[in-house]
Ligand binder design. Structure first.
Ligand code: T46
Length: 142
């Protein structure tokens, strides 16, 4: 599986823009949860974890931020600055979110409900997990 940055279809007309996201059509999984972060304090970095099985799509619907993805072998920084772009983040991928603009709203579509036991919050444990499950997701998406 590859890391993918989706470009969603905006339905624009003379009133403005509208983006619609449907599961299994625009999003490759069933959407079981939506959450979003805003008013992020400047210079703060969030995340610092991976998930054992959760898949997510990150959409910066207002403002901008950057996402650092780490598959255990290589790291890549992906800017999110368009409300019609979504970054697919699979399981077994360490993520950090940073450089939030003051007006940034980062919305996340998640494949499952909140479950703290799905988190790997220790980096060495993450590397162990990647070794054990043998999953290295290529980081050649844009
Ligand atoms: C992820 C990145 C992109 C809930 O109660 N329910 C929820 O659905 C979520 C996501 C969080 N929380 C609580 C748990 C913590 O007390 O909200 C608090 C902040 O969560 P956390 O420190 O995990 O936030 P981030 O920004 O570090 O990470 C979040 C997601 O947790 C994570 O799954 O991939 O955004």
């Amino acid at each position: 599986m590859r890391v993918i940055k989706y470009v969603f279809q905006p339905h624009g007309d003379d009133r403005g823009q509208l983006v619609a996201l449907e599961e299994f059509k625009d999003i490759p999984f069933s959407i079981r949860r939506v959450y979003y972060m805003y008013d992020t304090v400047s210079n703060v970095t969030r995340g610092f974890h991976a998930h054992k099985s959760l898949q997510q799509i990150l959409v910066c619907i207002h403002g901008s931020c950057k996402i650092r993805l780490d598959n255990g072998k290589e790291k890549k920084v992906i800017p999110l600055e368009k409300p019609y772009e979504g970054l697919y983040v699979p399981n077994a991928m360490w993520r950090e979110m940073f450089e939030f603009s003051p007006d940034a709203v980062l919305m996340v579509l998640a494949s499952d409900l909140y479950d703290e036991s799905d988190y790997i919050r220790n980096y060495d444990e993450f590397l162990e997990h990647v070794k054990k499950c043998g999953k290295i997701t290529a980081l050649d998406g844009e």
